[in-house]
Ligand binder design. Sequence first.
Ligand SMILES: C[S@@+](CC[C@H](N)C(=O)[O-])C[C@H]1O[C@@H](n2cnc3c(N)ncnc32)[C@H](O)[C@@H]1O
Length: 296
Amino acid sequence: MPQTKHKIIIGNSQTMPEIPDCSIHLMVTSPPYPMIQMWDQQFGELDPKIAALWKKIEAKPDEETVTQIYDAMHENLARVWVETFRVLVDGGIACINIGDATRTINAKFRVFPNHARIMEQCEKIGFLTLPYILWKKPTTKPMYKGKGAFLGSGFLPPNAYVTLDCEYILLFRKGKLRKFPPKDPTRYDSQLTKQQRDEWFSQIWQVTGTRQTADELERRTAAYPDEIPDRLIKMFSIKNDTILDPFVGSGTTVKVAMQNERNSIGYETDPNLRTVIVKKTENGKAGALTVKIFNR
Ligand SMILES: C[S@@+](CC[C@H](N)C(=O)[O-])C[C@H]1O[C@@H](n2cnc3c(N)ncnc32)[C@H](O)[C@@H]1O
């Protein structure tokens, strides 16, 4: 198996000066989800404007401030999508796993359609939107009055809510289709099986999320099973390509890139994840010792 290269930068991926233009073949990521409570503090730390808006809401909740927070969270993510566009090769693909959020603020329950916001932002940046995948997760319980459990009176119409039990895997391309020489051996060596092609190129994926634990650090990274990046990497890249994950978390994309003989580069703001990443990538099959982690 050829030795591949893997580099993780502990730093903010809103700028990626370490990566030259047009040098990444595929981006696979799962960012923090705007308006999911678990990520509020991190968005606030990255952007003091967001922290100040939350303080404003605590003092006096109002609809306009909620919208400003939601907008600002997506503006922060969009900076990463702009950088991704710069570093992707012509024909490179971006895969973004995102869930919508439901939240009750000021006694008002509503959905925040994160997938739609990201699609709008990526179109504006210049990406071409491709048909997306719906990842059906069996874990979430149906909703009633904004709570994650179905109460008995949920049988009575009309006040129950539909459960958000799907996440999106949004797919975008930069520019035209990638070109390869005829009978390119690496491309043929990366070929999918018939079963993989038939199953993976359909729109609904039923993949079980990994175990959620009580530990805060693990909770923020644990729901992302290897199978999601494994499929995406096999579908949208060939061996020896370079894969980017700008929100690396515990390092699942890097581990799976190694196993699939691809190179990888990842960014992570939380230095506490360093040991988690090392542990996970050491458990990967190939090239584990070549992972290098850099502090900015
Ligand atoms: C949903 S988790 C990713 C989980 C990941 N797929 C895994 O395998 O564990 C998002 C991660 O992005 C990190 N993050 C958030 N904003 C970031 C930014 N601007 N640059 C780099 N990392 C960021 C968070 O600290 C968090 O670990």
